[in-house]
Design a protein around this ligand. Structure first.
Ligand SMILES: Nc1ncnc2c1ncn2[C@@H]1O[C@H](COP(=O)(O)OP(=O)(O)O)[C@@H](O)[C@H]1O
Ligand SMILES: [Mg+2]
Length: 67
């Protein structure tokens, strides 16, 4: 298993977009199984896959998505 971390202290530099597109390419072009772990307090990655997600009801880093 390979672990890829996309991290940068600066906001708005493309971390979330990179994670989404990289996962999509790995799944659809390379037929890999991918687990995305959203450790960003903004939780935009989680909201992208689960627009109904309510952080008031469930804390972060509990929702694991796999495609
Ligand atoms: N390579 C790119 N080309 C054009 N726009 C981009 C690119 N990467 C990210 N963006 C845009 O920049 C904005 C911030 O990207 P985002 O992934 O949310 O940043 P971060 O997660 O680092 O805060 C978004 O509107 C996104 O669509
Ligand atoms: Mg982000």
């Amino acid at each position: 298993m390979r672990t890829i971390a996309i991290m940068n202290n600066k906001g708005g530099v493309g971390k979330t977009v990179t994670a989404i597109n990289l996962a999509d390419i790995l799944v659809h072009d390379y037929h890999k199984r991918v687990v995305l772990v959203d450790c960003d307090g903004q939780m935009n990655l989680t909201r992208f896959y689960q627009p109904e997600f309510d952080p008031e009801q469930r804390g972060g880093c509990q929702s694991f998505g796999q495609r």
